[in-house]
Write a protein that binds this ligand. Structure first.
Ligand SMILES: *[C@@H]1O[C@H](CO)[C@@H](O)[C@H](O)[C@H]1NC(C)=O
Ligand SMILES: *[C@@H]1O[C@H](CO)[C@@H](O)[C@H](O)[C@H]1NC(C)=O
Ligand SMILES: *[C@@H]1O[C@H](CO)[C@@H](O)[C@H](O)[C@H]1NC(C)=O
Ligand SMILES: *[C@@H]1O[C@H](CO)[C@@H](O)[C@H](O)[C@H]1NC(C)=O
Ligand SMILES: *[C@@H]1O[C@H](CO)[C@@H](O)[C@H](O)[C@H]1NC(C)=O
Ligand SMILES: *[C@@H]1O[C@H](CO)[C@@H](O)[C@H](O)[C@H]1NC(C)=O
Ligand SMILES: *[C@@H]1O[C@H](CO)[C@@H](O)[C@H](O)[C@H]1NC(C)=O
Length: 820
């Protein structure tokens, strides 16, 4: 059936193109378009004509991509009223009205309204995919009397506005096709929700299905990084005349579209990959379970990492019906655990990194600052929470919520901070109940190795750690506390300069994303590694110290230990423990040194890296996404134990690089997950992707980037996948490892490596699953085709240096990806 459809639609497609097209992009009142004819936009990107989806025999007038071999319809005129044979005829009347009718009849199947008077109306298909009516004698060609972009169907193209004209009330929304063969509107709709502070909403029928969260100036609070796309840029415009969402191409050489998919119940973004000749999905909404609307009832908060229940009550709240809550029925939501006492003063608790609540019961001011916002909220007893939102203008803007808080989602990084009203007494209690994380080590036996440690962790109270009290007098106390548990040494500049022989070239160990690394010896003989941060970060002194303190708190045997820092004028340096065996890449890619790392040793290294990453993702207080995991960032101590370096730096010093208005993504080409490289979406799962590459590199001794082999594979992933499909996966490892290793363990690691590099983040295992997978003998899921497709072959610009040499910049820009 599916195949049948495919065959049919391909034939249909060929037929359309084999017929003479009008070779023109306009129709004037003396012309008409009938079945088999097409109108092609000036640059050949789009075509307008009749098509017939599925096997119904119904014919529709539509617009599709003209020169790609997979019929992709982006707009349909008569979606409600198909023509049952191929006798459709399109014309434009002298009044400017477009009419679609059946030949030799007079009744319109579909038509537009009369336009403002035009002397010489023409219908034109533009290169943007917009079908417009304009006056041929109007000197301004952008003066459209009618445009299809005002009547979107299921697809949003760059330049199209989705939203409301506040002057006329005209609302442009997307609505999905009912199914792949029926363009009539399904029940999935995407548009602007105007009530309260406006935001984008996906509806299913009359119900909200997923929300974007507040627009915070450079993205939506529910997806704070998705503005950072190399292909796509978007804006949410809100002024007295209009509220709309619009996107643009950053580079016209990549085709991209957003489409509502009724089958998947999702809004999906695709980019065309000319190499594989397929559409590649780069983003979807809802993104994950917690993106679904109101998963946890009123005043609940949904956290994808809080398995298995997902739901918790917001701080200061408790389940309304605890028994039902216990059996995973969250519909009752949560109520205040202690009554508010507005007269005698309430306080606020800050919850970090959330998708803000549904704004229908909110009030908004674009100019009020955070302090004013808090004061106003405090004086109005029905105000339950507030936030400020415009990060592009230093966080101006104030939103207050009245009544229950609905659909709050916990994000991992970079969401909004939400301040929730609680009784004053509650802010005190909260402070005392800081819970320390318990880590239990369980011991398992693994062949060849003896012992292996697996982490079990208790994550129950993890989120509570992140909630922090925000109250006038309490924040001082907090500062004091932070100073007390600060064990970080601050080194004198003179000491460091002496230790490194004034940063002499001989002591240079390498260069990473954030600066040069030197070896040094302190007067007491202790060897250190010094990272001299590049000066560009522009970060203040206090901010710098705070971040360093946070990083210093991350301690794990598979993380490089930060010993201290050094601040000298505008220079900042980080001092680490010294790793005598340098980095992993200096072994595995080196023809002679690689022999040191036999398979048992490599397996030990793999497990160590996995545990270090698991700690960063789940067990550390900060929940760090590394974002630049690669072999040169894995250092080896004297016993060849792996230690991850550069963790937390992206968070601390790469902040400016994650803003929507730059083209830069922190990370290294060859290790980045597709959704990160393309859309700037990073998550723990993009780290898992990088881990997968690392795994394949450790096994194969080859680099993913700069990979070249006679079997036509563009990169290591593709090569590994090919061998996997050809049922000879061990070829990847090469004779040396196969001889030194436990084959089933080796095979298992290849298998896990492929699972890590799956196209869709949700198909990749989490680090906790992965750590278990490494040592257990349970059956693993079957990998699908990995997400290697966007990687290009030989990567001349950047693959020459074997080590972390000067040419290996950790930042790449658009032009690198788009070398097609
Ligand atoms: C197509 O529709 C016309 C008018 O609605 C009807 O007269 C005709 O019988 C239909 N043809 C087929 C093949 O269903
Ligand atoms: C419409 O009428 C013209 C002229 O009478 C005829 O040639 C043509 O075949 C008719 N088309 C259809 C679809 O009936
Ligand atoms: C034509 O105008 C009517 C009334 O103003 C409106 O309801 C309808 O949607 C318009 N149709 C189109 C195709 O613009
Ligand atoms: C919706 O998703 C399905 C499978 O996930 C895919 O086959 C189909 O092409 C998608 N539809 C659209 C309109 O993109
Ligand atoms: C909910 O479950 C927990 C642990 O399973 C139990 O300790 C508690 O008593 C339960 N509460 C209610 C109200 O059933
Ligand atoms: C509190 O704010 C709400 C919503 O803006 C408003 O309706 C109400 O009058 C305010 N109450 C007070 C006491 O200011
Ligand atoms: C767009 O891509 C092309 C080729 O892929 C490249 O030459 C061009 O520099 C890119 N433009 C921008 C603005 O990045």
């Amino acid at each position: 059936m599916e195949m049948g459809f495919y065959f049919y639609s391909v034939c249909c497609f060929l037929v359309i193109f084999s017929k003479a097209s009008m070779a023109s992009d306009t129709i004037s009142p003396s012309e008409s378009l009938t079945g088999g004819m097409t109108l092609v936009s000036n640059d050949g990107t789009f075509a307008l004509g009749f098509f017939s989806p599925g096997t119904s025999g119904n014919h529709y007038l539509g617009i599709w991509y003209n020169n790609i071999p997979m019929q992709t319809v982006v707009w349909v005129a008569n979606r409600l009223n198909p023509i049952n044979d191929s006798t459709g005829l399109l014309k434009i009347e002298t009044s400017g009205r477009i009419v679609l009718q059946v030949q030799n009849t007079t009744t319109a199947v579909w038509s537009t309204n009369k336009t403002a008077s035009a002397r010489n109306p023409v219908l034109q298909l533009l290169d943007s995919g917009n079908l417009v009516v304009r006056d041929g004698e109007d000197s301004n060609p952008e003066n459209y009397l009618w445009q299809s972009f005002d009547y979107p169907t299921d697809t949003m193209l760059p330049g199209m506005k989705i939203g409301v004209d506040l002057r006329t009330g005209f609302d442009r929304r997307l609505s999905a096709w009912k199914n792949w063969a029926d363009p009539s509107p399904g029940d999935l709709v995407y548009g602007v929700e105007l009530e309260g502070s406006p935001e984008m909403v996906l509806w299913k029928g009359l119900q909200k299905y997923s929300r974007s969260g507040l627009w915070i100036g450079n993205g939506f609070s529910g997806a704070p990084n998705s503005g950072l796309s190399w292909i796509f840029d978007y804006k949410f415009v809100w002024n007295e005349n209009e509220v709309y969402y619009i996107c643009f191409f950053k580079n016209n050489s990549v085709r991209s579209r957003v489409v509502l998919n009724q089958t998947d119940s999702a809004r999906e973004r695709y980019a065309w990959n000319p190499e594989t000749q397929t559409w590649q999905q780069t983003l979807a909404m809802p993104t994950d379970y917690c993106d679904g609307y109101e998963r946890c009832g009123l005043n609940g908060i949904c956290d994808n990492n809080n398995l298995p229940s997902y739901c918790q009550c917001l701080t200061g709240f408790m389940p309304k019906w605890p028994e039902r809550w216990n059996s995973s029925d969250y519909s009752g939501g949560c109520i205040h655990s202690k009554p508010l006492d507005c007269q005698n003063g309430d306080g606020f608790i800050r919850i970090r990194n959330v998708k803000t609540p549904d704004t229908t019961n909110s009030w908004v001011s674009t100019s009020m600052n955070l302090k004013k916002c808090r004061d106003e909220c405090l004086t109005n007893c029905s105000c339950m929470a507030y936030t400020n939102f415009d990060v592009t203008r230093g966080g101006s803007g104030c939103v207050m919520w009245f009544g229950d808080l609905i659909d709050v989602k916990q994000l991992q990084t970079e969401g909004q901070d939400l301040y929730i009203r609680v009784p004053a007494s509650e802010t005190e209690v909260k402070k005392k109940s800081k819970v320390k994380l318990a880590i239990i080590l369980a011991t398992l036996i693994a062949p060849f190795l003896g012992f292996l440690l697996v982490f079990c962790y208790i994550c129950r109270s993890r989120r509570k750690l992140k909630d922090e009290v925000e109250d006038k007098n309490l924040s001082d106390k907090e500062n004091k506390e932070e100073n007390e548990d600060m064990e970080l040494a601050v080194f004198e500049f003179g000491t460091i300069a002496q230790a490194t022989d004034s940063f002499s070239f001989r002591n240079k160990l390498g260069e990473g994303g954030f600066g040069l690394v030197y070896k040094g010896t302190l007067p007491n003989g202790q060897e250190i590694g010094v990272k001299r941060l590049s000066k560009s970060s522009g970060q203040g002194l206090t901010e710098f110290k705070n971040e360093v303190k946070l990083i210093a708190k991350l301690q794990h045997r598979n993380l490089v230990r930060l010993l201290g820092c050094c601040i000298h004028e505008d220079e900042r340096m980080l001092v680490y423990e010294y790793m005598p065996n340098r980095s992993l890449d200096s072994f595995i890619f080196d023809q002679t040194k690689r022999a040191v790392l036999t398979w048992p040793k490599r397996f030990q290294i793999i497990c160590g890296i996995a545990r270090g990453l698991l700690y960063l993702h789940q067990d550390s207080r900060l929940r760090i996404i590394h974002r630049d995991l690669k072999t040169s960032n894995v250092l080896l101590d004297s016993e060849m134990n792996p230690k991850i370096s550069d963790f937390g730096l992206a968070r601390a010093f790469g902040r400016d690089q994650t803003e929507a208005n730059t083209n830069r993504v922190v990370g290294t080409y060859g290790y980045m997950a597709p959704e990160y490289a393309i859309d700037g979406q990073f998550s723990v799962k993009s780290d898992v992707f990088s881990f997968g590459i690392l795994l394949l590199e450790i096994i194969s001794g080859r680099k993913n980037r700069g990979f070249y082999l006679a079997d036509q594979s563009n990169n290591l992933i593709e090569h590994a996948w090919r061998l996997w499909k050809e049922d000879k996966p061990l070829v990847l490892a090469g004779d040396f490892l196969v001889e030194s290793g436990d084959l089933s363990e080796l095979l298992r690691c290849i298998h896990i490596g492929l699972l890590c590099v799956q196209q869709h983040p949700e198909e990749r295992p989490s680090m906790s699953t992965l750590v278990v997978m490494l040592v257990s003998r349970n059956e693993l899921p079957t990998p699908k085709q990995p997400g290697f497709l966007f990687y290009k072959k030989p990567f001349e610009a950047d693959c020459s240096s074997g080590n972390d040499g000067p040419s290996s910049r950790n930042e790449i820009s658009l032009s690198v990806l788009e070398a097609r």
